[in-house]
Write a protein that binds this ligand. Structure first.
Ligand code: GDP
Ligand code: MG
Length: 595
């Protein structure tokens, strides 16, 4: 055990975590040069394209240290996005150390701070690493000062590396061996293993990745997952080198995979404790949480005969993503579809893109919404995930909305614009601190406002320099109303949304205008109205087309005409017929473009 080092790499997105992980694997001879061609740890195609790590994975490496000893390094990759902060915290709980990677040309950003604090909370030894020192714009001195000012940890011994050229990697691994503590734990105590990650494998079923804290786990043991007290037979244990290799056992201090005939991913929850059924631990490891979706959206097939295919695709995705939830939903406007719950906006984006790309689905997605707690006159409290399901106002005592605490880091010159953006989104400032050339702003903000494009606006007003992190704070009562959109006097349920009363009229006007721009002209006039209850707050008109589009082709050659028809058909793919009006996908998301 004294030759084991368990560590993670934590970083703000794009600071070079995956590249550094690959370089470490290469340095330790885990893979040939050819196998190194592709980034190894980001294994899903989508991850590679987006350059983000969605699922934590881990790898066990042999490192021959300059002190003459060979160390076993367990490198635990962590997801790099704010939606996955719980998984990050569980990965860190499995480690004794973390490399805090900061891009030496960019400096400290919001997730650098958030992830570092999570590591410190878990009692993990943090080693600052300045990456990308090969870049001419690298300014290590300034970044050292930023780490000390903003995060408040000693960074004078920060390592300087280039994940790209390999410079400084050996010195960094020496620091891993010297500065990260040896794992503690009692191999003779009852088994306690933390589930760091789990995924579904088509051949062997659910695979769990664990950090053994106490005890020893062997194939043939009867294991028990403590959250649900369900038992399974342990069939195989092993480690990723990075290819899977089976072992005789996993003992206290070690990290590896377990195959045990678990059928469903939702039985193997990240953060749960594995113990032995015959000699169970008295208490599970601390920190387990059931994660709940925060953001909801309706997903509807463009063609209604694709409904069963969509269900099958969602079921498949859920096999490997237990945080994705869905249930059937019927919309008057959109027909049969699913209400889906996501951890956050990026998660929604990823699921939507995978459905379209890997499962070839044509979808209409409704604007993302949050969960509201509604207190009714009869004293009951219900949770509403879909604005169109909001009970009649006369039955409601109070509507409570989710509030988040967001931490924003931004260069001084953009503080003014960022503050007015936050205020415009009903943000309440809780803190503001100047740190070197950056300013840290802390706001409490309704999540509802954040899901309406706050990220994009923040990036654009700060020219990409602001970074953000957020966490759920509480449900808070607020003066909210339901805004309905009517098209040719018919309410379109999929377009209803919940807004604050103070901005409801303006939102209604902007939304109606936007809809007018987005709905293509058709053979007849189309009236677009925004209404709060029976009160119409805005009215717009989409004028009828004067002549048939095909008229242009009269007498023209047949191929041109066919092309035009094909083009029209392709354009229609993302249209949904509501009553007799064709509405494009973009209109269902129009709300994201106003306010
Ligand atoms: P992650 O989001 O933290 O996993 O970051 P990636 O490893 O995907 O790196 C983000 C970008 O920075 C990629 O384009 C990398 O090629 C680049 N990059 C990473 N490390 C270095 C480095 O040391 N030097 C230079 N010049 N570029 C780097
Ligand atoms: Mg990455």
């Amino acid at each position: 055990m004294q030759h084991i080092r368990n560590f993670s790499i934590i970083a703000h997105i794009d600071h070079g975590k995956s590249t550094l992980a690959d370089r470490i694997i290469q340095f330790c001879g885990g893979l040939s040069d050819r196998e190194m061609e592709e980034q190894v740890l980001d294994s899903m195609e989508l991850e590679r394209e987006r350059g983000i790590t969605i699922k934590a994975q881990t790898v066990a490496l042999k490192y021959p240290s300059l002190d003459g000893q060979v160390y076993l390094l367990n490198l635990i990759d962590t997801p790099g996005h704010v939606d996955f902060s719980y998984e990050v915290s569980r990965s860190l709980a499995a480690c004794e150390g973390a490399l805090l990677v900061v891009d030496a040309s960019q400096g400290v950003e919001a997730q650098t701070v958030a992830n570092c604090y999570t590591a410190i909370e878990q009692g993990v030894e943090v080693i600052p690493v300045l990456n990308k020192i090969d870049l001419p714009a690298a300014d290590p001195e300034r970044v050292v000062a930023e780490i000390e000012d903003i995060i408040g940890i000693d960074a004078k011994d920060a390592l300087r590396v280039s994940a790209k050229t390999g410079e400084g990697i050996q010195a960094m691994l020496e620091a891993v061996v010297k500065r990260i503590p040896t794992p503690k734990g009692d191999p003779d105590a009852p088994l306690k293993a933390l589930i760091i990650d789990s995924w579904f494998d088509n051949y062997v079923g659910v695979v769990i990745l664990v950090r053994v804290v106490d005890g020893v786990l062997k194939p043939g043991n009867k294991i028990m997952l403590m959250a649900n007290r369900t038992a399974y037979l342990c069939e195989q244990v092993g480690a990723f080198l990075p290819k899977a290799e089976s072992r005789d056992s996993l003992a206290a201090g070690e990290v590896g995979y377990v195959i045990s005939g678990i059928k469903e991913l939702k039985s193997a929850k990240v953060g749960d404790t594995v113990t032995l059924a015959d000699n169970p631990a008295t208490a599970p490891l601390a920190g387990f949480k059931e994660i709940k979706p925060q953001v909801f959206a309706g997903l509807y097939p463009v063609e209604s005969n694709q409904y069963d295919a969509l269900r099958a695709a969602l079921e498949k995705l859920q096999l490997n993503d237990s945080s994705l939830q869905f249930e059937p939903e019927t919309s008057q406007a959109l027909g049969f579809g699913f209400r889906c719950g996501f951890l956050g906006l990026l998660h929604l984006d990823i699921v939507q893109e995978r459905l379209e790309r890997e499962y070839d689905m044509d979808l209409i997605t409704t604007a993302p919404t949050v969960v509201y707690q509604v207190v009714l006159r009869d004293g009951t409290i219900t949770e509403i995930e879909n604005p169109s399901k909001m009970p009649d106002l006369s039955k409601i005592v109070e509507i409570r909305e989710p509030i988040i605490t967001t931490t924003i880091l931004v260069p001084e010159e953009y503080v003014g614009v960022v503050m007015s953006l936050c205020t415009g989104k009903r943000g309440i400032q809780r803190n503001m601190q100047y740190m070197g050339r950056q300013v840290m702003l802390v706001y409490e903000m309704p999540l509802n406002e954040v899901v309406m494009d706050f990220f994009d606006k923040l990036k654009s007003v700060s020219r990409g320099y602001a970074s953000l992190d957020y966490e759920f704070k509480e449900f808070r009562a607020s003066d909210l109303v339901k805004l309905d959109i009517l098209i040719n006097n018919e309410k379109v349920d999929a377009l209803s949304l919940i807004v604050h009363r103070a901005s409801s009229q303006q939102r209604g006007r902007e939304l109606a205008q936007k809809m007018r721009e987005l709905i293509p002209r058709q053979m007849f006039d189309i009236a677009v109205q925004a209404a709060i209850g029976a009160h119409v707050v805005a009215r717009e008109n989409v004028k009828a087309l004067r002549k048939n589009v095909l008229a242009k082709c009269y007498g023209g050659d047949i191929t041109r005409k066919r092309k035009l028809l094909e083009k029209q058909k392709a354009g229609k793919k993302r249209m949904k017929r509501v009553g007799n009006v064709e509405i494009p996908q973009a209109a269902f998301l129009a709300i994201l473009q106003v306010g």
